[in-house]
Design a protein. Structure first.
Length: 374
């Protein structure tokens, strides 16, 4: 292999793929990156056997070939080089790198030892705006609970329907559902559970890139693809295994009716809950006493070591008066996910799930379980 590529481009590619090149004692080959020169392209590939990432860039290719080298070492060395063209050349199982006055020779490995990324069929796909898709995923991503015992809620649930995608995550104490509306040409509906690590990498890789992300489906894998801006070919392939099992029937958790509905200023609601959290006890309890008669919600907490807190939150309240206690962290995180000036807060009782929604939008809801009185 002998290729000429811009240092800035290669550094960009390494930053995309190196995060999943994990330190593995049982499979040390996974600590490495596969570099391949073909036609007018250079590609970088890493995998941890659950997720595989392949990145391409345009390059001047004098001789095709491939080699496997340590990802961290390559990344570290490239970062010190001056901007401009780099020459990459293989010499047996060594990778020679030249840039101006800099030269290095990195000991590599046989490419035949590197795991082969699985193939994903291309019969059905959905094209989505990359930043929009990643922002939607970010709204529910941190709700999921990575768990070895309940793998079905350890990932993010995707449901592709005609005209919309539902992205859902839960840790059994709270649940977030985000909808993306789009023009669909899918012949049927698809659903899968994406591993938590994969969701994080999707946000990191595709979140800042303008352009489309295509999602391809298969029974056990999903492929996420973005294109090179300067050529009609892929720039990034992210291939992931899917979580086995069935996601809970979460629609049964979402209350279909409510006894009390309140509309509160989002920032003031968030500020009062944060203030109350400073005085909460060991279970992070903050109590809300909602009164339609006064048009206010009392926000309170107490701790035998610190004292007690009380404030009043004005709002538009209808229905009956209700009191409920919540984990302040879950309530704060739910409010932070909503960006509208006002939020809708719906309750059925002090022991059943409550719902937070943005005012004027129907694309997001957040369900939070109350702390039941002992």
């Amino acid at each position: 292999m002998k290729i000429l590529v811009l240092k800035e481009k290669l550094k960009e590619g390494i930053s995309v793929v190196e995060r999943i090149a994990q330190k593995s004692l049982s499979l040390p080959i996974l600590n490495n990156v596969l570099i391949k020169g073909e036609k007018n392209l250079v590609s970088l590939t890493t995998t941890n056997l659950e997720v595989g990432i392949r990145w391409w860039a345009l390059a001047k290719n004098e001789k095709e070939g491939e080699i496997v080298v340590p990802a961290r070492l390559l990344s570290g060395f490239i970062s010190f080089l001056p901007d401009g063209p780099l020459e990459l050349e293989t010499e047996g199982l060594f990778l020679k790198i030249r840039s101006g006055e800099y030269k290095s020779k990195i000991k590599g490995f046989n490419p035949d030892e590197f795991p082969i990324l699985p193939q994903v069929g291309r019969e059905e796909s959905v094209g989505l705006d990359g930043p929009t898709f990643c922002r939607a995923l970010s709204q529910v991503f941190d709700i999921a609970s990575p768990s070895l015992t309940r793998t079905e809620i350890s990932g993010i649930f995707f449901q592709f329907q005609k005209g919309q995608i539902k992205i859902v995550a839960t840790d059994s104490f709270r649940l977030g559902e985000k909808k993306i509306f789009f023009k669909s040409s899918l012949a049927k509906e698809y659903s899968f559970i994406l591993p938590h690590l994969t969701a994080r990498e999707i946000i990191n890789i595709f979140g800042e890139n303008k352009g489309e992300v295509k999602v391809y489906f298969s029974p056990n894998q999903a492929l996420f693809e973005s294109m090179l801006p300067e050529a009609k070919r892929p720039q990034v392939h992210l291939i992931s295994r899917l979580v086995e099992g069935d996601f809970p029937d979460y629609q049964t958790i979402i209350p279909k009716k409510f006894e009390t509905q309140a509309i509160f200023p989002r920032d003031e609601f968030l500020n009062q809950v944060k203030s109350a959290s400073l005085f909460s006890g060991k279970v992070n309890e903050v109590r809300l006493n909602i009164s339609p008669q006064t048009g206010k919600a009392e926000v309170s907490s107490q701790n035998q070591d610190f004292g007690e807190y009380q404030s009043f939150l004005p709002g538009k309240i209808k229905g009956k008066g209700l009191s409920a206690s919540f984990n302040h962290r879950f309530l704060i995180e739910g409010l932070q996910k909503i960006k509208t000036p006002e939020v809708i807060f719906e309750l059925t009782s002090g022991e059943e799930p409550a719902v937070l929604k943005p005012v004027g939008a129907e694309d997001f809801l957040y369900v939070v379980m109350p702390i039941k009185a002992s």
